[in-house]
Ligand binder design. Structure first.
Ligand SMILES: [Zn+2]
Length: 220
């Protein structure tokens, strides 16, 4: 009788263990699908492990924008107190030892300088990429046809959140060296992508922000 009872007990324990293993197994498969077709190296393991940049990043103090500079096409230079004449066109430069094209411009400024929205839109994604753009913001135009991408931030503006409406000049964060930026050269990496309205935040076709910010004058 006692022997029979322990066999039943063992079967129950075995059943519980098997059920637990099955749940872990199926769950692992359910969460293993990464976003497809990422922009370069911007999408990495950070998202899979649930890294939350809004929680991890140091908080900026109050960010006060002092001197917003608006270029000839109506876009604001996305770093406070940088004039369109100070920009240089690094859009076609190679990066990663020739492995890829920059497809963006770098706006040099000291760490902590306010980063502002170049144009109005909705914050679509706050993304952290340790080996790429670091602390980043994706702002999409209200008609969903343009994506403005701000990378290597030091910190987000306090309270910045996905779904938030921003205006031209709204503070998004501060200039930094997060991600793969050279620590000795803090800057804002700024890109503009032309989007199909149905495309996701990491898709789109890059366009050169330089002439949009500075006019059509060529520069190196
Ligand atoms: Zn860059």
């Amino acid at each position: 009788m006692a022997r029979r009872f322990s066999i039943v007990g063992n079967l129950i324990v075995f059943g519980i263990v098997a059920l637990g293993a099955w749940l872990v197994w199926t769950n692992a498969f359910r969460t293993a699908a990464p976003p497809s077709a990422p922009v370069g190296a911007l999408v990495d393991a950070a998202e899979k492990v649930g890294f939350d940049p809004a929680r991890q990043a140091p908080r900026a103090g109050e960010i006060s924008v002092r001197d917003l500079q608006v270029g000839p096409r109506g876009l604001a230079v996305p770093v406070d107190r940088v004039h369109p004449r100070q920009l240089s066109d690094t859009y076609t430069q190679s990066r990663g030892g020739g492995a890829r094209v920059h497809n963006a411009i770098d706006i040099m400024a000291e760490r902590g300088r306010p980063v502002v929205a170049a144009a109005p839109g909705i914050v679509e994604k706050l993304f952290y990429s340790q080996g790429g753009g670091g602390i980043t913001v994706y702002v999409r135009s209200p008609d969903r046809r343009w994506m403005y991408y701000y990378a290597h931030l030091d910190a987000y503006a306090p309270g910045l959140r996905e779904g938030q409406r921003v205006e031209r000049g709204t503070a998004l964060g501060t200039v930094g060296i997060s991600g793969n930026a050279n620590p000795s050269g803090p800057h804002l990496h700024f890109a503009i992508n032309r989007m199909d309205p149905r495309e996701k935040w990491y898709q789109g076709e890059p366009v050169n922000p330089y002439p949009l910010l500075a006019g059509n004058r060529a520069s190196r």
